[in-house]
Design a protein around this ligand. Sequence first.
Ligand code: G4P
Length: 526
Amino acid sequence: MELAQEIARRRTFAIISHPDAGKTTLTEKLLLFGGAIHTAGAVKSNKIRKTATSDFMEIEKQRGISVATSVMGFEYCGKRINILDTPGHKDFAEDTYRTLTAVDSVILVVDSMKGVEEQTERLMEVCRMRHTPVIIFINKLDREGRNPFELLDELEEKLDIQVCPMTWPISQGQTFKGVYNLFDKSLNLFEANSSKIGEKLTDIEGIDDPKLEHWVGTGYADKLREDVSLIEGVYEPYELEMYREGLQAPVFFGSAINNFGVGELLDTFIDIAPCPHEREASERMVNASEAALSGFVFKIHANLDPNHRDRTAFFKICSGRFERNKFYQHTRLGKKLRFSNPTQFMAQEKSVIDEAWAGDVIGLYDNGSLKIGDTLTEGENLHFRGIPSFSPEIFKVLENRDPLKTKQLEKGIHQLTDEGVAQLFTQYGSRKIVGTVGELQFDVIQFRLEHEYGAQCTFMPLRFHKAFWITSDNREQLDEFMRRRSNVIAFDKEEHPVFMAETEWMLKIAREDFPEIEFHATSEFK
Ligand code: G4P
């Protein structure tokens, strides 16, 4: 009974956006609304400032800040909210993709001037793959932005999702009046630089209420009525099921920096966002309400101090209750592990916890036995799915600069890739290829190999376009392909063969020549 109640009140989600759209600001305002923090400025941006991209230690310092805020929990209206932070910098996109595997829903922040940006599209692709429910917050209405109808069209088209406005802006920029709530037919008036928590709702009763003129002026009232009648004709009505299946995105307008529209967003969010439900393991579906604990590691953060090579593994609980000091089965290694200091962040405070429930994310102290994707259970042999590797975009050959430290280099690169810093592929003749989504990771690897493992390396760029995991029911054809293209075949850490396509064109040719081979863009294909 307690388990069912704890699960029902949990909301675990991530806020995602293209950098600068307002993710950090919105996170902070949600924490303020939730009473988890009391002063603005408490949440530090995890943005890596441009000036710092050449200074690795500075980057790590900044990343350190983001680690402290990796998971923020707070209580609001009887609900337990867990916000999972995602790195804004595109070079850490892989980290973000993995974090998205641990959430039950997302809030997507869009800048009203810029609309859908590059990162927005890519992040949404990942959400769509997993049918993650999405709420959209269109931010910065206090600035002159785009026409809201145009913005919604763009969202629908570029993000391939049906949109459903829940609020509607009355003008914007200098003349921004506020938003009309299409759902409960109320008016929320805008106040610039509001430091107040809570919103200024008026007492109008629907769109035809003559008091509307009083509050926003005749011209804006007429325009709003016109817009609202258009909205009713253009957009499908909101349907909870459609949202929960990731097919329809409710849209809110506001201005995070001005605390505006945030309360509305949060109240709707706790109402409609899903609590933890079920999750697919290779063996079976696992329901959150099952009594036995299960969960997986989706992120690992290493201590940068070389004298303390410990790490924190971020563990998402998929079912049951986690207990401190209880033995759990590590299914990959087939051994029992016990955690005496599991941690959780409540608001800004990190503390050791005695128990946690399905839906929660906890930090587990690890000295090297956990890697991304690892499952812990109470004995059952489960392996959770949905934590795939995506094809890297930059590939480089790892070259050893100090033959006396070969062992250290081997160990270091294996551990770093277990942490998910990059992906490692090995070619015939044991040439090692490191693949990442951003250049920054190569600096990270080089620095850490040297400082933590005492190994020296350099990287030689390769001209690969993307990696495709290859499978086929026709073993002969697969062998033939791997033999003929051996110079562009490598193996991932699980020994799965991967085709390194030099160009889109080479992939097309390979597909034509070997029609029975399947080329997978992610490592999860069984
Ligand atoms: P991010 O995490 O998505 O990268 O964005 P972040 O919240 O850091 O916001 C990016 C910039 O946009 C910040 O300004 C922030 O103050 C501003 N911003 C956020 N919400 C709003 C809004 O509703 N209206 C307006 N006008 N601006 C908003 P900055 O100058 O880059 O940083 P800062 O010096 O203010 O921190």
